[in-house]
Write a protein that binds this ligand. Sequence first.
Ligand code: ZN
Length: 161
Amino acid sequence: MPSIIKSISLDPKTASIARRVPNFSKFVRECLLRWDAIQRSPDCPVERLGHPLTGDFCVPAPTRICLKHWPDGVPRMEDWREFRTMVEFDDYHQDRDRLLQGWPFLEDFECPQEWICHRAEMSNHAQIDFDNMEIEGNAKPTAREKKSKIRRLWAVLWSRN
Ligand SMILES: [Zn+2]
């Protein structure tokens, strides 16, 4: 995908925060995608395309934001895999006692769907999940000291003496 260079203005406080982000461009892209998803109606892009859901949820993908199914952000992949196994088992057996034998922690939840929502909320409590962002890798430009014309002239005159 081609890069489109945009420049932004930061104040001292946000510039200080930006310095702590390993890949600022990727961070801004992620924020823009999330903001866009919030602005649009909270429909599901997977459902819109007519693709099937898994246990009433679309497959979580950090790059395809769905606020209908994942309003708190996507769950961790290991939780999603566990959820898929649970709903397949549940669809086949339709027996809560047998489901609880396999996943005793589901006792605290009405159903696997409630559990996966809880897990998604737990893994996204910071709202911006850096675990799902590949924000490292770009080289950071080094700041160059800009000398004023007077200082450059002074430096030239000084070096002649
Ligand atoms: Zn969805």
